[in-house]
Design a protein around this ligand. Structure first.
Ligand code: SF4
Length: 471
């Protein structure tokens, strides 16, 4: 297991600085030795630092390119990936069909987006639970366009009993994988003062806790520090259970002055401030014009000007077509007692927040929760190509017929199957929308070929080139 290491903690801080702060980037390129010395990081090799940062930001997969600092980073990433793979193993699902469905859904997302294709450790969770309504942060880049904060789900005796019953239902019906969901979505975990109590129940019932990403790490540093200690270094090293989202450059500065490099060694800082090297998903508020967002406070405003093409060239509006929705399954709201079945979609006019709502239901208690949840999963978590329901070619996939093959190409993946009269006719029918049995009937496919034909079409479904048609 990876161990804490001062040099790694310092390199990670340099990387965090570089990602978030344009003036730091400039200083590093002008005089890296002096810049590191100002931070008190004299033992870091300036040249290796710069090379490590460059390779890191270029997207290096699991290769460190011989860089000693990245070696260590990759060691950590591999450890996290291994534990993620264990936590999402088929044996963690009560119903293996749901495990396969999540793979189908992820494959589709990767076929639709090269960015996601490159993120080998990205996962789709089967569930997210909101412990409130709305979000106080009101980030100008919020992909889910979270509404104004209205109410928290408080840890009253009655609510706690319902919560614990629901967690037991999730463990029984979905399996241990249910703890891999999050206890927030278009909400901020630390908006709820009882968040830690709700997570303690996860710990007791599941023997583990879900990941927390907070945009309020600096609001109450003592609370954040207590939370970090409660989660524990060992869990942070192997499972990366805490991440900080950085909304503004000022907030970044507050966070790093409050928390030492060692404290944040295994906590990812996601630089979402507009000056950062990262881009935004072209969805929700980030996709809107400033006047349409909402009245911004001064700190947010200083950032948003840059997001929309102000004159400052260090800051820019960079958005990309990808969804930040990491749920393919149930989105539960504990205040409203509602659940929705949702799937990620590339942001577009039809799905401006980057996800599709397939159905919404209310629940009254834990038993009712269980009935509705199981019905929704049975209805929408479709792991294999259905035989009767209509399916269609994924709208982001182009089809080309060559002499020998039918080629399907999406932004993130391509695939081809042998061309014959049945595959050609089948694909042409899928282009308009058709059911598998309908194709078999209309093409006059011989009975003895049906199984092989199904397997080849099912492979297209598994890889996300064809998908279910919803009204
Ligand atoms: S990005 Fe997160 S913290 Fe910011 S407004 Fe949206 S839900 Fe809230």
């Amino acid at each position: 297991m990876i161990k804490p290491d001062l040099q790694f903690a310092q390199f990670k801080r340099v990387l965090d600085y570089y990602s978030a702060d344009p003036s730091f980037r400039k200083k590093m390129h002008e005089d890296a030795v002096h810049t590191l010395s100002e931070l008190g990081f004299d033992s870091l090799d300036a040249d290796d630092c710069l090379k490590g940062i460059e390779a890191f930001l270029r997207g290096r997969g699991f290769s460190s390119w011989g860089n000693p600092y990245l070696d260590r980073y990759i060691e950590w990433e591999k450890e996290v990936l291994e534990s993620t793979e264990r936590n999402f193993g088929t044996d963690r699902f009560r119903n293996p069909e749901i495990s396969r469905y999540l793979t189908v859904s992820m494959n589709r997302c990767r076929t639709e987006s090269m960015l996601l294709r490159m993120h080998s450790n990205a996962r789709l969770f089967p569930i997210a639970i909101e412990l409130g309504v709305g979000c106080r942060c009101r980030c100008p880049f919020c992909a889910f366009e979270a509404g104004e904060w209205k109410e928290n789900f408080e840890y009253t005796p009655e609510n706690a009993a319902l919560w614990r019953d629901i967690l037991r239902v999730l463990l029984r019906d979905l399996g241990p994988v249910a703890k891999e969901g999050t206890a927030y979505f278009a909400t901020e975990p630390f908006d709820n003062p009882d968040y830690e109590k709700f997570l303690s129940d996860y710990e007791e019932i599941f023997g583990g806790i879900p990941q927390t990403t907070t945009a309020l790490a600096d609001r109450n540093p003592e609370r954040t520090r207590r939370f970090i200690e409660w989660v524990g270094k060992e869990r942070l090293m192997s499972e990366e259970r805490i991440r900080f989202s950085v909304r503004t450059l000022n907030q970044f500065k507050r966070i790093i002055s409050e928390f030492s490099p060692e404290e944040l060694e295994f906590i990812e800082l996601i630089a979402n401030n507009p000056e950062s090297v990262n881009m935004y998903s072209d969805s929700g508020r980030a996709a809107k014009k400033p006047a349409e967002r909402f009245a911004l406070n001064s700190e947010q405003e200083s950032g948003m000007k840059t997001c929309d093409g102000g004159n400052d060239t260090k800051m820019r509006k960079v958005t990309a077509k990808y969804s930040v929705c990491c749920i393919s399954g149930l989105l539960v709201n504990m205040v409203n007692k509602t659940m929705m079945f949702i799937e990620p979609e590339l942001p577009c006019e039809e799905f401006p927040k980057g996800y599709r709502i397939l159905e919404e239901r209310a629940f009254s208690d834990a038993d009712d929760f269980s009935v509705n949840m199981n019905e929704l999963y049975a209805k929408y978590a479709i792991a294999s190509l259905p035989k009767d329901d209509p399916v269609c070619i994924n709208r982001y996939v182009r089809v080309r017929f060559t002499d020998r093959f039918v080629e399907l190409t999406g932004p993130g993946a391509g695939y081809r199957i042998k061309r014959n009269v049945y595959t050609e006719e089948g694909i042409r029918m899928f282009e308009k929308g058709a059911g598998f049995r309908e194709i078999v009937r209309k093409t006059g496919l011989p009975d003895e070929w049906e199984q092989a034909f199904y397997e080849s079409m099912n492979e297209l479904y598994f890889r996300g080139f064809i998908r279910i048609m919803y009204p």
